[in-house]
Unconditional design. Structure first.
Length: 532
């Protein structure tokens, strides 16, 4: 009986000990399978059994955490048609996607990343919020051609430089009306593509202008009047067969004057970038014409006026040049190439009223065929410096010489009419002298771009005798109304006194040149004495 009682107790204890494991096994069998990723998306840990199963399980875990055993050959592999709703930050491998943004079917496979509300299967565009530092590395394998707005890279064939070529005045003519019309000559040297701007002012409260009807269309820019003065402005783009003169019919025979301005490098389709006007019915010393609303930073700005006093000065902005200033008709004009701003015209007295106008001429933009290629193109020093917007500081390109032309800007010249240009001009002239290249006997020329050049000290045109040449450099300007040398030698703060240009004997001044005597030729520039 004692044995039976002991055996019963043992069996009871065994049953109690095994009960949790039996219940756990029943629970496991009754539990539904877990929601696992599709087959092939991971490699499961086997069901280890027998002696050492726990050690094997622990080793399997360690292998996967250490990388000895691959956990997943792909995160998720699905076709594009089965893509779920995009989730930012999610990563899926698409078995048939193209490498595009956004993802699309039809490819050989690509990684899909959820970003900004879409599945992206290609590299996103670089959108930096600050400067990009390549750490002395290059950007390579760029496309062969760029378009306007793209970055220009060294050696990139076919790139387009997004820039402007500023317009410049290349010719002016003027005429007085006869009865009810005015015939005015085409400015000398006008070529196809240049803009012709016709302006006329009369001493009348009204003016109607009828432009020529043949050979192109003249377009009205604007017309303005006050109680006793009127002006009108027209424009057209010249072609290759312009007549020698133009006749405009006027509605009045009142006293007046007209000017015709030829402008290089205008915008061919929309040459007028903006206009403004200021008219007074009272006699004042000056008038300020507001800046036109413009779209380009490199406009050429024309200022026309009708006023009975004489002479007139454009006191603001500085650096403007005269187109015409009539002492009797009271009509005149200026132009400036600095940024468009309000223009103030001042007369000799306050005995007359005003009509004043500003016209902004839009520049040529570098569009169409790529501007920079891997083949040489024609380029002259005149083309390189056909705008007066230069810094007053010395140009870093000391020694600049193209086509035998030594540009005074490269030697520190200031075309704004402010700083003294004597030393810079002398340095450019000496460099041209030194360009003598025996035994051919050639010698460089000094080129002066359009601008107003102030002189407080002389320009010493003296070639050293050591160059062995029988010639001296030509001095060439950009046009008699474009290149102006202003002699202020002897004025306050000037260095010394005397003439602007000093030549070394036996130099001969000539407008024709020569081969047997030393000569100096000056072309396409104006030298004038300051009125002070």
């Amino acid at each position: 009986m004692a044995f039976k009682r002991s055996a019963g107790r043992a069996i009871g204890v065994l049953i109690l000990a095994l009960t949790p494991w039996v219940l756990l096994a029943i629970g496991v069998q009754a539990q539904a399978p877990p929601n696992l990723p599709p087959p092939g998306a991971y490699q499961p840990i086997p069901n280890f059994a027998g002696v050492g199963a726990g050690l094997q399980f622990r080793q399997a875990i360690n292998d996967r955490l250490s990388g000895a055993q691959t956990i997943a050959p792909a995160i998720v592999r699905i076709a594009f048609a089965n893509f779920p709703t995009e989730q930012d930050g999610a990563v899926i491998y698409c078995t048939n996607c193209t490498k595009t943004i956004p993802c699309a079917a039809g490819g050989s496979g690509a990684w899909a990343i959820g970003q900004n509300g879409q599945w992206m299967c290609g590299a996103p565009a670089l959108s930096p919020v600050s400067d990009v530092n390549f750490n002395a590395h290059r950007a390579t394998n760029l496309a062969s051609g760029a378009v306007a707005g793209d970055a220009l890279t060294f050696g990139q064939v076919g790139s387009q430089l997004g820039a402007y070529i500023q317009p410049s005045v290349v010719g002016v003519s003027s005429a007085m009306p006869a009865a009810t019309s005015v015939t005015i000559n085409k400015p000398s040297g006008t070529v196809a593509g240049e803009l012709l701007v016709f302006a006329v002012g009369v001493q009348s409260s009204s003016l109607v202008v009828t432009p020529p009807v043949s050979h192109g269309t003249w377009t009205l820019v604007r017309a303005d009047s006050n109680n006793d003065r009127s002006q009108a402005i027209y424009q057209k783009v010249a072609d290759g067969s312009e007549p020698g003169n133009y006749t405009f019919t006027l509605s009045t025979g009142a006293f007046g004057e007209a000017a015709l301005v030829a402008i290089a490098n205008p915008n061919a389709t929309t040459p007028i970038d903006g206009t403004s006007a200021a008219n007074t019915n009272s006699s004042v010393l000056s008038v300020t014409v507001a800046a036109p609303a413009t779209t380009s930073p490199k406009d050429l700005n024309l200022v026309f006026f009708v006023n009975g006093s004489f002479p007139h000065v454009l006191t603001a902005p500085i650096g403007a040049r005269s187109i015409v200033d009539s002492s009797g008709a009271g009509f005149g004009g200026f132009y400036y190439s600095s940024p468009t701003t309000a223009a103030t015209i001042t007369g000799a007295n306050n005995l007359s009223d005003w009509t004043g106008t500003q016209v902004a001429i839009a520049p040529t933009t570098l569009t169409g065929a790529p501007a920079i290629r891997d083949t040489p193109t024609g380029f002259t020093s005149s083309t390189a410096t056909n705008t007066p917007n230069y810094s007053a500081a010395a140009n870093a390109m000391t020694g600049y010489s193209v086509d035998g032309m030594f540009n005074v800007i490269a030697y520190g010249a200031d075309p704004t009419g402010v700083s003294d240009n004597g030393p810079a001009f002398t340095a450019a002239y000496n460099a041209a002298c030194a360009a003598y290249n025996p035994p051919i006997g050639s010698i460089g020329a000094v080129y002066i771009p359009n601008g107003t050049y102030n002189f407080l000290s002389p320009f010493l045109a003296t070639c050293p005798s050591t160059n062995g040449s029988s010639q001296t450099p030509d001095i060439v300007g950009a046009g008699k109304t474009a290149t102006v040398l202003l002699n202020n030698i002897g004025a306050p703060f000037a260095v010394g006194g005397g003439p602007l240009l000093e030549l070394a004997a036996p130099t001969t001044v000539s407008s024709y040149g020569g081969t047997w005597t030393r000569f100096l030729a000056t072309r396409r520039l104006t030298v004038r004495r300051n009125s002070t």
